[in-house]
Write a protein of this length. Structure first.
Length: 278
């Protein structure tokens, strides 16, 4: 544990340009690491866009069974979240590499990634339940979609401006202090616990943004791309906290407009055209 903490602290002296805490990885290692991330993110986006083209944007779960939904959800989260959480992940995995080798390194890395995705999978269960409920409600009462959209934007806006968002965003923007804390975690399954712990803060940081997928459509590629950019800037830019507040205010404005502007609610309208038909 002492050696891992030392390696994490040593990383803080490296001249990396990413992360609010700065100095996470040397430039050469950073370039290699980002190349590996792109090897995961690009296929995830390709799969997500391909599935969206086949399914279009419709209310609710669009008839997907829970296992298929969770598979698509995890793929979406990998595409949207991995770039923004990369500084923490890369530095932690670097620490793993210094203390382990071969299969041990691979297992520990999989534990970390698995813990992170486990949290987002659990959140996907909540998302599925919410989408199923709103989809059934819109099927029975189509006009209810306007008010569901208004409530979703309202909740998202209030969350963006609330204290929990601020706490979780501060955690994600200051990775070095958290990495030092993680180095103090004890076995067993320390890397799994680190992944779960960081994933929990990541969910807390992005939960409000995910809520707007109810009115915008869970398979709305434009919405996913826009949210991915917001998440990236929030976590890694010096203007991130300001952007979070601006987005929160924007959601509150959309909450007022939603009952009167159907174009704001593609995910709550029946028979929305697929991308192939546009």
């Amino acid at each position: 544990m002492r050696h891992l903490r030392t390696s994490v602290l040593a990383s803080a002296r490296s001249p990396a340009p990413t992360g609010a805490g700065g100095g996470l990885l040397p430039a050469r290692e950073l370039a290699v690491a980002w190349s590996l991330i792109l090897l995961v993110v690009v296929p995830a986006w390709v799969l997500t866009v391909g599935q969206a083209r086949d399914m279009g944007v419709e209310p609710g779960t669009m008839g997907m069974a829970l296992p298929l939904f969770l598979l698509l959800w995890v793929t979406m989260m990998a595409a949207m979240m991995l770039p923004s959480m990369a500084p923490v992940a890369l530095t932690w995995v670097r620490g793993i590499g210094r203390r382990s080798s071969g299969w041990g390194r691979a297992v520990r890395t999989l534990e970390f990634v698995g813990g992170y995705l486990l949290v987002w999978t659990a959140f996907g269960l909540l998302a599925y339940a919410a989408l199923a409920f709103t989809g059934d409600l819109v099927d029975d009462h189509p006009v209810a979609g306007r008010w569901i959209g208004a409530v979703a934007f309202l909740l998202a806006g209030l969350y963006q401006l609330g204290p929990l968002k601020n706490v979780c965003l501060r955690h994600c923007r200051d990775p070095m202090s958290q990495l030092v804390r993680y180095a103090g975690f004890r076995q067993p399954a320390r890397d799994l616990r680190v992944g779960i712990h960081h994933g929990g803060y990541c969910v807390g940081c992005c939960a409000g943004l995910m809520v707007v997928l109810v009115p915008l459509g869970v398979m709305n590629v434009a919405a996913m791309a826009g949210l991915a950019v917001v998440i990236f800037v929030e976590k890694l830019s010096s203007r991130g906290p300001l952007l979070a507040r601006v987005v929160g205010v924007a959601f509150l404005v959309l909450a007022v407009l939603a009952p009167f502007q159907d174009w704001l609610l593609p995910g709550l309208r029946e028979s929305a055209p697929s991308m192939d038909g546009m």
